[in-house]
Design a protein around this ligand. Structure first.
Ligand code: SF4
Length: 362
């Protein structure tokens, strides 16, 4: 077992090249800094999201892979460029979570989020259900004092998964009953234009009509509603009349985010929305139609550090490139860079160095 840790400005990305595993832990800027959601009382327009020090004892997000690479080939995502090697086992998901917690050095946090969202489409891996149901809470309780443990599944609703509804029903039972509502389910929709969706998801996601049919069959959520995720470009279709036909606003909230600046998204010419007025243009009509809407935007640093969804650095040689041209530096030089960044952050200054920094190997 050999983990490589890439220090980012809000946490670390961890890779085990031998086993094709990749996960990360990060802190969060706080919802008043990167979220607008009228229904949660967060009314301030997001003008820009500034990098600032994060506090892992307040909230810690661990994101793990459910597969090694991904066979779904979404055009905005880097995961398909990692040679596909099947599902992560239950014990590998355990290892990723354990490694992330231990590397964080944190002994307590108010909120521990576990996102099944690094590499892979989680609904193909039934060990995800076993892990969330039987392992996660015990593992966290052994390692860290967490007031809340909140696992989240994100799915692009793959056409090829003949047991998709089965999986979703099981996950909803875990969310609604095993976790008493304290868990999440996100469906990646991105746009209500069928043609553009097919392009983005390479024809591998179900049609909107099929997703709609399945969504009406999901049980009523306990606690938080389920989420319809829209990673948008300026040209996305979020027409509220269509939204009302496809989805039930009593069951779902809408989350609007940018498509993240992955290599694939950039190479395939997706617009990375930087103009925050675009979000407002989508948000207002939906709110006027009675939808609960969250607008979430990352900072430029989070995108550059490749912690956001759709990134994977395990692609052959990519982990060398992400040192931002510093691949020729020795480990001690990289550690010195890292210490300088940490010192800057400790002084409350914005770290100026771009890219990621290899912190240690073992
Ligand atoms: S977005 Fe998810 S399902 Fe699509 S290629 Fe990436 S990891 Fe796979």
């Amino acid at each position: 077992m050999s983990w490589i840790e890439y220090k980012t400005r809000t946490g670390s990305i961890l890779c085990d090249r031998e086993r094709t595993l990749e996960c990360l832990y990060v802190g969060d800027y706080g919802k008043e800094n990167n979220i607008k959601a009228d229904f949660l009382g967060l009314h301030d327009k997001i003008e820009s999201v500034q990098h600032r020090p994060v506090d892992l004892t307040d909230k810690m997000v661990v994101t793990i892979s459910t597969q090694k690479g991904c066979s779904m080939a979404c055009k905005f995502c880097d995961c398909p460029s990692v040679p596909f090697a099947g599902n992560c086992s239950r014990s590998e998901m355990f290892d990723m979570t354990l490694e992330a917690i231990q590397r964080s050095g944190v002994s307590e946090t108010k909120r521990f989020n576990l996102h099944f969202a690094r590499m892979g489409e989680p609904t193909f891996n039934w060990d995800v259900l076993q892990f969330a149901m039987n392992d996660l809470r015990l593992l966290v309780a052994h390692q860290i004092r967490a007031d809340t443990i909140h696992p989240v599944i994100s799915t692009m609703m793959p056409k090829a998964n003949t047991r998709l509804m089965d999986f979703l029903e099981n996950w909803c039972w875990i969310k609604n009953h095993s976790y008493d509502g304290e868990a999440g389910l996100q469906l990646s929709i991105n746009t209500l234009c069928e043609f553009d969706r097919n392009e983005m998801f390479n024809g591998r996601s179900l049609s909107l009509m099929d997703i709609s049919t399945l969504s009406w069959m999901l049980p009523k959520p306990v606690g938080r509603k389920y989420t319809l995720n829209f990673a948008v470009t300026g040209a996305s279709d979020l027409d509220p009349d269509k939204m009302d036909i496809y989805f039930d606003k009593k069951k779902f909230i809408i989350k609007i985010t940018p498509i993240h600046a992955t290599r694939a998204a950039t190479d395939n010419g997706f617009e990375i929305v930087k103009d925050y007025d675009v979000y407002e243009r989508f948000e207002k009509p939906l709110v006027n139609h009675g939808w609960d809407v969250i607008v979430f935007a990352p900072s430029a640093e989070e995108d550059a550090d490749r912690i956001t969804c759709g990134n994977a650095i395990l692609k052959s040689g990519d982990d060398q490139m992400i040192t931002g041209g510093d691949a020729t530096k020795t480990l001690s030089e990289l550690k010195a860079d890292l210490a300088a960044i940490d010192a800057n952050i400790a002084r409350g200054e914005q770290a100026k160095t771009g890219g990621l920094h290899a912190a240690a190997t073992d």
